[in-house]
Write a protein that binds this ligand. Structure first.
Ligand SMILES: Cc1cc2nc3c(=O)[nH]c(=O)nc-3n(C[C@H](O)[C@H](O)[C@H](O)COP(=O)(O)OP(=O)(O)OC[C@H]3O[C@@H](n4cnc5c(N)ncnc54)[C@H](O)[C@@H]3O)c2cc1C
Length: 367
């Protein structure tokens, strides 16, 4: 993936939502010469993009549809350079770490290995424990709260303006074009608009219809603090994962709960996640979590985001619905959206990420 950094456009753009999806697009647009304003209801990057784990891969990469895999693999290949550029622009460190992943008790390890081989993803049997365990040395992670802070700083240093506590409440349009968005702090106008409101893209605003099939899916996470080095790789088993940070923190996740816009946590889930995590890493058995939180993923069928022009407005675009993998998918999603906005040919087929394709997809519970 090559980032287009040549100045091309003198256009102005307003991005709704300053999570990883909105910030990544804003940065890419700024590099193309757009003037960019982000309007964020709360603090930048404080919703799903903060709450997630930062694994830079689908959990069991062989378990997904080709459109998701294509976007993920393109992003995963680009990630270390993408992060390095953001770190250089921001002067901040996002803790990208190729720590690898152990996938334990894989249901069909031969099929999984064949998939990895066919898709250029390094994988081998991890015979130290069981024939059904796989070791994926190339899987990386990023400390996602630090990534969003670095992105926010890069956007600002590139000349972008971020208005926080500035929720878009309605929009107005004329002749198939959006002309303005309205907030309690005032009205903002631009040539082009990007909807990157995560789980909220699935809810309509006055004069802005809801994006199809996007809804919040809650995920609860636990955080532990161990000595650095006790765990130095991601471990996954049967829906549960452990993510080590360099400083000894270990994240444990997660749940998939279809409960609406409710970020509460519960004690029963804390106990279950803790017990299952301690089976994978006994050092966790006798320590209590230092934090327990929940975030709202922008859920979509098959985890496939909508990256497209809005069907009702020629100057409105959407980048939302990345479900479990929005941090992973950020570079290639921004690349595709900016190509669509610039009217240049995308580097890969955009059809599966279209609004129309999202209308046709159906939810599969538990994915
Ligand atoms: C528990 C958990 C674990 C996860 N683990 C991983 C992982 O390991 N790897 C991975 O790749 N992904 C992971 N994810 C998924 C990832 O976090 C999301 O897919 C990604 O953060 C989505 O980014 P976003 O910018 O689209 O949404 P968000 O980060 O939710 O940002 C949307 C923003 O829009 C703002 N907004 C909404 N409505 C308005 C409005 N009307 N006006 C202005 N602003 C508005 C919101 O306040 C919010 O800041 C995880 C998520 C969770 C919850």
């Amino acid at each position: 993936m090559h980032e287009l950094t040549t100045l091309k456009s003198n256009a102005s753009a307003i991005v709704l939502g300053a999570g990883v999806s909105g910030l990544s697009v804003a940065r890419a647009l700024l590099q193309r010469g757009y003037s960019v304003t982000l309007l964020e209801r709360g603090e930048a990057g404080a919703e799903s993009s903060w709450a997630g784990g930062g694994i830079l891969s689908p959990l069991l990469p062989w378990d997904y549809t080709e459109p998701l895999s294509r976007l993920a693999l393109r992003s995963m290949t680009a990630y270390s350079d993408w992060i390095a550029a953001i770190e250089a622009q921001s002067g901040m460190h996002a803790e990208y770490w190729r720590c690898g992943m152990q996938a334990r008790e894989v249901a069909e390890p031969d099929t999984a290995l064949a998939w990895c081989h066919a898709h250029g993803l390094a994988a081998q049997r991890d015979l130290t424990q069981s024939r059904d365990n796989l070791w994926l040395p190339g899987i990386a992670q990023v400390r996602n709260p630090r990534l969003v802070m670095a992105l926010r700083e890069a956007v600002t240093r590139l000349g972008g303006v971020i208005h926080t506590h500035c929720a878009v409440e309605s929009v107005s349009s004329q002749g198939g074009r959006m002309v303005a968005v309205h907030t309690l702090k005032g009205t903002y106008m631009a040539d082009q608009f990007v909807v990157a409101t995560g789980a909220w893209a699935g809810s309509a605003l006055p004069n802005l219809p809801a994006a199809p099939n996007i809804r919040p899916i809650r995920g609860q996470m636990l955080l532990f603090k161990l000595e650095p080095g006790v765990l130095d790789t991601i471990v996954y088993r049967n829906g549960l994962y452990l993510i080590p940070r360099r400083d000894g923190h270990v994240l444990v996740g997660s749940t998939l709960e279809d409960v609406g816009f409710d970020k509460s946590t519960d004690g029963a889930t804390r106990l279950r996640l803790h017990a299952e995590a301690a089976e994978l890493l006994p050092a966790l058995a006798d320590v209590q979590p230092v934090q327990h939180w929940a975030g709202l993923r922008p859920g979509s069928p098959d985890n496939i985001p909508i990256i497209d022009r809005h069907p009702d407005f020629e100057n409105v675009f959407i980048n939302a619905g990345h479900y479990r993998y929005g941090v992973t998918l950020a570079p290639a999603s921004a690349e595709l959206l900016v190509a669509l906005m610039d009217d240049t040919s995308p580097a890969f087929d955009p059809t599966p990420y279209s609004w129309q394709a999202a209308l046709e997809r159906r939810w599969i519970p538990g994915r």
